[in-house]
Ligand binder design. Sequence first.
Ligand code: JEW
Length: 243
Amino acid sequence: MRVDIVTIFPAFFSVLDVSLLGRARQDGLLYVQVHDLRDWTTDRHRTVDDTPYGGGAGMVMKPEPWAQALEALLRPDGTSTLVVPTPAGTRFSQPIARGLATADHLVFACGRYEGIDARVLDWAAERCRVTELSLGDYVLNGGEVAAMAMLEAVGRLVPGVVGNPESLVEESHEDGLLEYPSYTKPSTWRGRSVPPVLLSGHHAAIDEWRRAQQLERTRRIRPDLIELLDHDAGAAGPGVPRS
Ligand code: JEW
């Protein structure tokens, strides 16, 4: 997968070099390139923003530098997907990450200020798939942190990026439940023992205990996820009560 990221803060993405995805980049599975939007400005001050038509607080990103950037980066055959983090987008989720992981080329457009002139996305939608995504229901200062989270979620689903495919399935949200609690040595630490079943060597009992922990935690912390469970698929797993 090839990923291009356009931002006025390319330095935000230097952490990619030290993350999990750093190795995948070296192995050629993920080719990520970060671009400075200001490289596509033509004025002496490298201006990317202007005042909003209709008035109001803040500034809006000018369309011209974005069009120059996207004309340079989007494939002319329409096979690129433009990902635009925005608080007004569809909520990002694991199913959306799975969908994006099948793409061959993603371009992340990271806005700042009050966002990007709305005509840019209308124009881009005539050239490629455009997907506006929100990281969640809270305020961020721009698209960079959202893009970083989305790239990590998508990148680890690209075949070969995460070594063990089983670890993909076991992670939270891949089976629709929160994860079970994990423990390592020592078996007693500061007066707290590891749950004895985990030391029993009884694998069926361990599976059952972990499933019960997942269900208890999910019911307590994220009851909304229980509503989303596929009851037929869930009944095939170990220790799932038919309710
Ligand atoms: C996100 C891109 C660009 C937030 C989440 N928040 C917010 C907000 C902003 C400007 C105007 C109105 C609301 C800040 N902002 C962004 C926020 C993405 C931009 C400017 C964003 N996902 N993505 N939760």
